[in-house]
Structures are given as structure tokens and as C-alpha cells.
Design a protein around this ligand. Structure first.
Ligand code: C5P
Length: 332
């Protein structure tokens, strides 16, 4: 069952591309202060983790007629997704915004064009989204979908933007979107959008513990303003642990200055951290702005053991590895 009534598979007459996009975690996050625009100045180390959303993008339209450029510029962007409460639809969805921004920029579509009611006589681009990354959870799920849309539509529409240019477009969409365009491991500064690659010499094994109640990022930053102070903490210990691929050193170095604000809003997350520590996790922390908790395991069997042990405490627990690369394109 789909929650919108877009075209069926049978009327696809254009190309179609699939993309798999990973979630992200912050291994280090220090808040240097609040900038005049209200955003916070960060030093953070971001890494992708193997919890993925999948997106398929395709051009649909009148079979066999091709697409006149004028008709193409009026092209609708449609989103299909499994019904799931809380997932933004239509223009509020970040992947749709990404599509409109890229399409408008490259003249593929008219960004201010009138939104027409669906018609089989007009071409349209359909984004088919299959979500696994939990929503509003501190794992950049919405940002990953937006990055996936940019990377896949850049191919589908033949925009020919470089990765650096895609990251520029991504900055308008959200602080985590530029990182999600290329993934891997990066040191980010400023709003979180100025990126430098970081060497990672190993694979790390995690359990990812979901929460049923979302925690909006802006709210966590507002509480940070009330209860926290800027610091000058440096990410050196995390950089060394990553280079050496040492999970014990990484567990010791994990650092998230949004955590006190998330815990102030959600004291139950403190209990969750204790459950993970008691189960023998090397380290556990709030993922980004939360409310997801991530816990570092020794190796893959240890991660499975941890998942079994804490499974009753959280609504859903995944195992994952990091780093998980970036968006990966595949034919439909
Ligand atoms: O950039 P993005 O839309 O993902 O950010 C969501 C919210 O998080 C912002 O509206 C802002 O309140 C907060 N934020 C911040 N400083 C950052 C990143 C995000 O204050 N560096």
C-alpha cells in the first residue's frame, strides 16, 4: 500500500536510478558557541553507519512520446513512500526540496512553477523512498534522503554537477546534507557544513537503539543554550583512535556536547545508557541530538550479543558498522 496515488510501474518511460544512503553518527561534537544567525558553531567528527534508506528516482510520463522541454520544465516532483506516521510528505519532505532545488538550479524544472494535479499526459519525476533510518532521531535520516535525491537526480537528469557542487546545493537544505552527499568520515566545522576528510583505519561495530519519541534538533539546541556552555574540547583522541582502528580508544574518546541537553529533555536516555554499559558496551552515547543511543562493541559477535541483551529495553535495536561509505547508485 502506498499513501499517494502516483503512476504505476507500467507507465515509466524514462530512465530510473536507485540509491542507497547511510545514516550518520557524531563521534565527537563540541559546541564553540552560538552564531548571530542562531546556528551553533561546531567542531564535529561525522561518520556514516550501515543503517540505510533506499530511494529510487525515475521519470514517468506519456509512454512513447518523449518529453518536450517546455513540458519537462513544468515537471511535477512526486514522493512515494510506505505509510508511516510522522514522515513529512510533499513539499515538506527534504528529498522533495532537494529535487526542486537541484532541478530549479539546472533549469530542469521551473522551481516556482505551478503545481498541477497529477496527469498521465505530463512528465513527472517520482521519488520512491524506502525508509529504515528512524525519523527525527539524531541519525540524519532526512538529510541522507536529501543527499540521495541530489546524487541520484544529478545522474538521472544529466545535471553533471561535481561532488563539490552538489555539496554547495546541499548546504541550503540542512547542516548534515553536505556530509551525507559523500559520506565516509569527516571533520566538520562552522554550522557543520565545512568538511575535511578524516582517515579511518578500521571498521567499528555498533548497536543502534531507537526510541519511539522523536526529539527535534532545534529543541535540543535551544536547551543547550539554557543549560550548557561552549567548550574548547579538541577531537585529537578520536582522530587517533580512528586512524588506529582501535574500538577501546574510540570508546574512551567519544564526546557529544549535545548529550546533556538531550538528557535534560529525555532523562530516560540516561537509563538507556546505563543499560548498555551494564551489558558490557565499550562506550555508549546519544547519537547527535538524539534520542537514538549508539553503543560501541568489541567486534561483530559482541555487537550481536549486545543487541540480544538490550533488545527488551528499546523498541528497536539494529547492529551496524562504520564507516559505511556514501550514497551508492545502482540500476533499478
Ligand atoms: O540545519 P538543520 O535544518 O538540519 O538544523 C536544524 C536545527 O538545528 C536548526 O534550525 C537549528 O535550530 C539547529 N542547529 C544549530 N546549529 C547547527 C546545526 C543545527 O543551532 N550547527
Amino acid at each position: 500500500m502506498r499513501d499517494e496515488g502516483p503512476p504505476g510501474e507500467e507507465d515509466a518511460d524514462g530512465p530510473c536510478i536507485g540509491v542507497r544512503v547511510p545514516a550518520k553518527i557524531n563521534l565527537f561534537l563540541a559546541v564553540r558557541g552560538r552564531a548571530p544567525d542562531g546556528y551553533h558553531d561546531l567542531v564535529t567528527i561525522l561518520q556514516t553507519i550501515s543503517v540505510y534508506d533506499r530511494l529510487r528516482v525515475g521519470v514517468y510520463g506519456p509512454p512513447g512520446r518523449g518529453h518536450h522541454p517546455a513540458a519537462r520544465r513544468r515537471m511535477r516532483i512526486e514522493l512515494r513512500q510506505e505509510p508511516r506516521s510522522g514522515l513529512p510528505t510533499g513539499e515538506d519532505n527534504l528529498a522533495v526540496k532537494a529535487a526542486r532545488t537541484l532541478g530549479g538550479l539546472r533549469g530542469v524544472i521551473d522551481p516556482n512553477g505551478e503545481q498541477r494535479s497529477p496527469s498521465k499526459a505530463e512528465p513527472r519525476t517520482v521519488l520512491d523512498l524506502e525508509k529504515t533510518i528512524p525519523l527525527t532521531a539524531g541519525l540524519a535520516g532526512g538529510s541522507a534522503d536529501a543527499a540521495g535525491a541530489l546524487v541520484a537526480l544529478n545522474e538521472l537528469w544529466g545535471c553533471e554537477l561535481s561532488t563539490a557542487e552538489l555539496r554547495e546545493v546541499a548546504m541550503e537544505l540542512g547542516s548534515d546534507v553536505p556530509f551525507c552527499v559523500s559520506g565516509g568520515t569527516a571533520l566538520a566545522t562552522g554550522r557543520g557544513t565545512t568538511l575535511a576528510p578524516v582517515l579511518c583505519g578500521g571498521t567499528f561495530h555498533w548497536v543502534v537503539c531507537e526510541s519511539d519519541d522523536p526529539l527535534p534538533t532545534g529543541e535540543v539546541y535551544r536547551v543547550w543554550d539554557d543549560v550548557c556552555e561552549p567548550t574548547d574540547a579538541e577531537p585529537q583522541a578520536v582522530l587517533v583512535a580512528l586512524r588506529e582502528g582501535d574500538p577501546w580508544a574510540l570508546a574512551h574518546a567519544l564526546h557529544n556536547e549535545l548529550e546533556p541537553a538531550a538528557l535534560a529533555l529525555r532523562p530516560d536516555l540516561g537509563e538507556g545508557k546505563k543499560v548498555l554499559a551494564d551489558a558490557g558496551a565499550l562506550g555508549a552515547m546519544v547519537a547527535g541530538s538524539g534520542p537514538t543511543l549508539v553503543a560501541l562493541a568489541r567486534d561483530a559477535p559482541d555487537a550481536e550479543r549486545l543487541r540480544e541483551e538490550v533488545g527488551g529495553w528499546f523498541p528497536r535495536v539494529h547492529v551496524g558498522t562504520s564507516p559505511a561509505g556514501g550514497p551508492r547508485l545502482r540500476p533499478c
